[in-house]
Design a protein around this ligand. Structure first.
Ligand SMILES: *[C@@H]1O[C@H](CO)[C@@H](O)[C@H](O)[C@H]1NC(C)=O
Ligand SMILES: *[C@@H]1O[C@H](CO)[C@@H](O)[C@H](O)[C@H]1NC(C)=O
Ligand SMILES: *[C@@H]1O[C@H](CO)[C@@H](O)[C@H](O)[C@H]1NC(C)=O
Ligand SMILES: *[C@@H]1O[C@H](CO)[C@@H](O)[C@H](O)[C@H]1NC(C)=O
Ligand SMILES: *[C@@H]1O[C@H](CO)[C@@H](O)[C@H](O)[C@H]1NC(C)=O
Ligand SMILES: *[C@@H]1O[C@H](CO)[C@@H](O)[C@H](O)[C@H]1NC(C)=O
Ligand SMILES: *[C@@H]1O[C@H](CO)[C@@H](O)[C@H](O)[C@H]1NC(C)=O
Ligand SMILES: *[C@@H]1O[C@H](CO)[C@@H](O)[C@H](O)[C@H]1NC(C)=O
Length: 523
């Protein structure tokens, strides 16, 4: 028996050992249920879990990460153009009767398939990913997997292939990081990959908050070759479960089976499960290729160590993918992508509107208050119905910061949604030329805080130079301006108060006091 085929025996024994680890006889019923992909027809209500709000493998983040769930989809958010991909007949299917059919229809001829798990909580992120990372690079062999039927329905309408892996009745509610529901959602990713591996596909598993500079398949396949079992992104100090290529080798499958066991028997998430599985399976022959970090970057490496905050910062010439992790919260990820022009989702004509009007201004003086200038900008924006394009904010005496220095990004973006745009907005390729070209002369509101040296093309002198202009003055001076982008030199003490008392206290309570205090900024 074993002695006859010695090496094979050791191999099999090794796998058994690898699997042995972590096996506990009691499996959660929820877990087992969640593991079986559904067929679209005759689907029974198998489980009552809430939707996975999981997006990224960010276990370094504070465990208090509450993932906000998206609101139900409204049709005017469907700004993604409906196309039949690049027209390759091979990939024309977007809806499927079963998971196996979905895999069969979407995989490339050499059985490579890119799986992206997404739910309503990352609705905009997933659509941005589709545009910026898949469609842009002509990647066809991908499939979105979700647990939200609303999401899949929407994707199908715009011809994006999607399969609903499990049904759940509560799409739209949140799941706390660390909660049972949250973990179950994370685990779906393990189940969907393991199932596909067993069906003999090679899987590139990607989160939707990974930005592709190029199609990663050619490089990964070259690096991994016909020898490697798994090739994960190196996440600074561990392997990342949100971007990894796994081949359908005995060891590749064993590794995921190990993860499946962790998923079903512990409360650890898939990131922990992956690293544990790698550690154990490496001992018995798992061949791993660590994706080179010059090309495949974690959020810490790309954004933090790379000093990348604004679109023009440090273009990365070697990058193939960058993971937007090592940051807390979906809104913060979105904001970071936006400042870097790595976001292209245009829901509600975020970029493409041709009639929205904007105002821009600068922070020119490190000794004056960023915060007060921003409050003035919001007041003027409100009076003139113009969206405030944020300036760079001073921090450590350098104009190099975002609103993160005022308020947490999550709070800021939620509170002031629609009233502002990120600093890099006006140079984004999707903003119409018509807007970019319609920029007015430099307006200078000459309050006492403006240095003598400051020059504007148009100087406006408020009656009260100490405190700044009133709403009446702002409206009189500027409400008839028709340029798309109204440009101010700076806004130190530019605005004093609304003439209307009620409007004034309303503004102070909802904007002024909020921005002034980090505590009040919290939502
Ligand atoms: C996509 O395919 C459908 C059905 O095959 C067809 O009716 C439609 O015109 C195609 N759309 C584009 C943009 O090619
Ligand atoms: C999903 O489950 C709900 C019950 O929670 C059920 O009403 C609905 O029909 C199910 N959807 C499908 C497609 O089976
Ligand atoms: C995951 O593990 C559970 C428990 O051992 C098992 O029932 C299930 O079949 C496994 N899933 C897959 C896809 O192998
Ligand atoms: C991997 O898939 C190929 C078919 O593409 C199949 O021949 C092979 O047996 C699979 N490997 C394993 C370990 O299942
Ligand atoms: C980022 O900035 C720090 C401090 O300013 C500097 O030491 C470092 O070399 C910069 N890194 C890159 C990649 O530019
Ligand atoms: C204010 O601007 C928005 C965005 O462009 C526009 O939809 C709205 O009609 C404007 N409101 C008024 C009162 O002009
Ligand atoms: C802000 O300052 C920068 C650099 O000094 C300058 O290029 C830009 O035109 C200024 N913007 C405005 C709105 O004045
Ligand atoms: C703004 O109005 C002036 C005349 O009042 C006109 O010449 C100019 O073309 C208008 N600009 C825009 C962008 O509508």
């Amino acid at each position: 028996m074993c002695l006859l085929k010695h090496s094979k025996c050791i191999y099999v024994l090794g796998i058994a050992l690898c699997l042995l680890f972590g096996i506990v006889a009691i499996y959660h019923e929820d877990c087992i249920n969640a593991m079986s992909p559904q067929t679209a027809r005759g689907r029974e209500h198998r489980q009552n879990t809430e939707p996975p709000a999981a997006i990224a493998h960010d276990q370094h983040e504070s465990p208090s990460t509450d993932i906000p769930m998206g609101s139900p989809v409204s049709s005017n958010r469907l700004s993604i153009t409906s196309e039949n991909s690049t027209g390759n007949d091979l990939y024309k299917h977007v809806s499927f009767r079963s998971y196996n059919e979905a895999l069969e229809k979407r995989a490339s001829p050499d059985k490579d398939v890119l799986l992206v798990y997404a739910d309503l909580g990352v609705h905009d992120m997933a659509l941005s990913f589709y545009e910026s990372s898949l469609k842009k690079h002509g990647i066809e062999n991908y499939l979105f997997v979700t647990s939200s039927s609303a999401m899949c329905q929407e994707f199908h309408l715009i011809n994006i292939p999607c399969f609903q892996f499990t049904n759940n009745s509560n799409s739209g509610t949140g799941a706390h990081y660390g909660s049972k529901v949250f973990k179950e959602k994370m685990n779906i990713r393990t189940f969907m990959v393991l199932h596909a591996l067993k069906e003999s596909y090679n899987l590139l598993h990607s989160d939707s908050d990974v930005y592709y500079f190029a199609n990663p398949f050619p490089v990964i396949k070259e690096l991994c070759g016909s020898e490697c079992d798994v090739a994960p992104l190196w996440d600074y100090m561990s392997h990342n479960a949100g971007f990894l290529y796994t081949r359908n080798t005995t060891m590749g499958i064993a590794m995921y089976e190990h993860m499946n066991n962790t998923a079903c028997t512990t409360t650890d998430d898939d990131q922990v499960a992956l690293n544990r599985a790698i550690e154990h399976c490496t001992k018995i022959g798992l061949k791993l290729v660590r994706l080179p970090t010059e090309q495949f970057q974690s959020g810490k490496l790309f954004f933090d160590d790379g000093n990348r905050t604004f679109a023009e910062d440090n273009p990365c010439t070697t990058c193939i993918v960058a993971h937007n992790n090592w940051i807390v919260g979906i809104a913060a990820k979105e904001y970071r992508f936006k400042e870097m022009h790595m976001w292209v989702y245009d829901g509600d004509e975020y970029y493409s509107s041709s009639d929205r009007k904007y105002l821009v201004y600068n922070n020119t003086d490190p000794s004056q208050s960023n915060v007060e200038a921003l409050i003035d900008a919001f007041a003027i924006g409100q009076l003139l119905n113009r969206t405030v394009v944020l300036p760079k904010l001073f921090c450590f005496k350098k104009p190099k910061c975002t609103v993160k220095s005022i308020c947490t990004v999550d709070d800021f973006t939620t509170r002031f949604k629609g009233r502002y745009r990120e600093h890099s907005f006006l140079t984004h390729p999707m903003v119409p030329r018509k807007i970019k070209d319609s920029v007015g002369e430099v307006v200078l509101i000459e309050s006492q805080s403006v240095p003598k040296s400051a020059k504007g093309d148009l100087s406006l002198v408020p009656e009260n130079k100490e405190d700044g202009a009133t709403s009446a003055e702002i409206v009189r001076w500027l409400s008839n301006r028709n340029e798309s982008v109204l440009r101010f030199h700076s806004l130190y003490n530019a605005f004093w108060k609304f003439t209307d008392q009620e409007a004034n206290s309303e503004f102070i309570n909802n904007v002024g006091k909020v921005i002034e205090s980090k505590e009040k900024c919290k939502i």
